[in-house]
Every structure is written in structure tokens, then in C-alpha cells.
Write a protein that binds this ligand. Structure first.
Ligand SMILES: Cc1cc2nc3c(=O)[nH]c(=O)nc-3n(C[C@H](O)[C@H](O)[C@H](O)COP(=O)(O)OP(=O)(O)OC[C@H]3O[C@@H](n4cnc5c(N)ncnc54)[C@H](O)[C@@H]3O)c2cc1C
Length: 84
């Protein structure tokens, strides 16, 4: 069999490794998130291929937008609790 090219990506540390290091729950090498893209660590959000499911750009963009929105809510909530 002949091939026209080979893309080697072995040994690259992925975002799942980073999540594991900080103690977020993972399963089958994917970061576990809830419907708000929150991981099991408060204030840590994940989006895209690293969360598993459909490995497509559209899903990564949706989750990224969702995570961004949830991060803002999280920070606002923290800030308002501090000033109260
Ligand atoms: C060959 C190929 C063809 C594809 N074709 C399509 C297609 O036609 N249509 C489609 O919808 N999808 C396609 N996909 C899938 C699509 O590319 C992915 O679903 C999408 O890129 C996921 O985006 P992401 O941001 O989650 O991850 P990525 O695009 O992989 O981005 C993650 C980024 O985080 C960086 N990173 C990881 N860990 C760390 C760290 N610890 N510190 C700093 N940076 C880190 C990585 O270097 C990378 O740049 C294809 C994928 C491949 C491989």
C-alpha cells in the first residue's frame, strides 16, 4: 500500500493531561463537563474535542461560546459575593 503523506502527532500533551494534572475528572481520556461546560472543578471549564462526543468544529464552537458565557457568569457571581 502506498501513501501520499504521514502526519505524526504522537507524544503531544493534550488538554486532557492538563485537566488531569489539576484534578478534573476525565473518562476515556475526555474531560467530563456538565451542560454548562463546567468540569468537576469550580471555575474550570472545557470545550471542544477534549470533552468527547462529536469531534466537529461546529460542536467545538458551540461549547466554546457556552464556556465563555459561563465563565463571565462565574466571575460576576464571585465579584458580587465579594462586594456584598
Ligand atoms: C485531519 C482532520 C480533518 C478534520 N476535518 C474536519 C471537517 O471537515 N469538519 C469539521 O467540523 N471538523 C473536522 N475536524 C475536526 C476539527 O478539526 C476539530 O473538531 C476541531 O478542531 C476541535 O477544535 P478544538 O478547539 O476543540 O481543538 P483543537 O483545534 O485541537 O485545538 C486545541 C488547541 O489547544 C492546544 N493545546 C492543547 N493542550 C494544550 C496545553 N496544555 N497548553 C496549551 N495549548 C494546548 C493545541 O495545541 C491546539 O492548538 C478534522 C480534524 C482532523 C484532524
Amino acid at each position: 500500500m502506498s501513501i501520499s503523506g504521514l502526519f505524526v502527532a504522537i507524544g503531544v500533551a493534550g488538554s486532557t493531561d492538563l485537566a488531569k494534572k489539576v484534578g478534573a475528572s476525565t473518562a476515556e481520556n475526555k474531560i467530563l463537563i456538565n451542560e454548562n461546560t463546567e468540569t468537576t472543578i469550580p471555575g474550570l471549564f472545557a470545550a471542544g474535542d477534549c470533552t468527547g462526543g462529536l469531534l466537529q468544529i461546529s460542536k467545538a464552537i458551540y461549547e466554546g461560546a457556552r464556556a465563555g458565557t459561563e465563565v463571565i457568569k462565574f466571575i460576576r457571581n464571585k465579584t458580587s459575593k465579594k462586594s456584598a
